[in-house]
Design a protein around this ligand. Sequence first.
Ligand code: NAP
Length: 267
Amino acid sequence: MASSSSVADMTGPSFCVVTGASQGIGRAISIEIAKCFYPGSLMLLLARNYQELSITADSCESGNVKVIHKSVDLSTASEEDMMDILKNALAGYQINNFKRALIFHNVGSLGNLAIETSRMENVPEMRKYYDLNVFKVISLNTQFLKLFEDVVEQVVIVNITSLCAIKPMGGMAYYCSAKAAREMYFRVLAEEKKNIKVLNYSPGPVETAMIENVLEEAINKNLREVFTSFKNQGTLLKPEVTARKCVAVLLAAKFSPGEHVDYFDDE
Ligand SMILES: NC(=O)c1ccc[n+]([C@@H]2O[C@H](COP(=O)([O-])OP(=O)(O)OC[C@H]3O[C@@H](n4cnc5c(N)ncnc54)[C@H](OP(=O)(O)O)[C@@H]3O)[C@@H](O)[C@H]2O)c1
């Protein structure tokens, strides 16, 4: 049922999931996209921190949009847990009354920055990292598609990726490799499903907890220097600035299927 009609048309009720919506870029994207929705829309915000999710939810809620937030550890949630969360959020709604369904796969973590790439060997740790950043993202996406692909007019998937998905960054082998795998999964999906809008959006360097974590944890000298200079020169973007661009790119609908679009790319 999902058609390739332009994302620019946001009329009618939308259903929208945002992961990692409790802070940073996920919170900003939630607030920005909520402004675009028409009456009858529903948002589902996911992350672990319930209190912070409530704050995001309050900022998104409007006469047009009802917002549900749910605390969940997405590194351990099973496929059944994910499906239940989606279905519980949709209780009382007719899925086919939604004109479109959107999902922003924003959740992400840095991985172990205190190990040299040439000494990586802790497979359980790597597996846990890949669970949150790759496997569970794919699994949640599949639950979402099972519910919506054949029912609503338009399905829109946004993966929050990174320059690190396409360019190696010393000291970030966990992060770069997982971002690359995750982005390629969405590119393959886009290749197969021409009726679904898939965007890989790279937000640029953004002032969030993630940047602070790099400065606290990284052992790679160059990595520390790069991020220290971002911070000291004031070149970090505000989350709301990159969120605005992400939504603008989506609404302009000029990207090709699965395209990697960076904040710094030309309009
Ligand atoms: N900041 C940057 O410069 C930058 C650059 C390029 C790409 N990105 C990407 O942008 C996305 C958001 O990053 P950010 O900078 O906003 O990071 P952040 O502030 O650390 O936010 C990460 C989000 O993920 C959630 N999360 C982490 N672990 C989780 C888990 N186990 N289960 C459920 N939710 C979990 C966190 O919420 P809870 O702690 O409440 O669970 C939080 O809402 C990530 O994919 C990141 O890779 C960031």
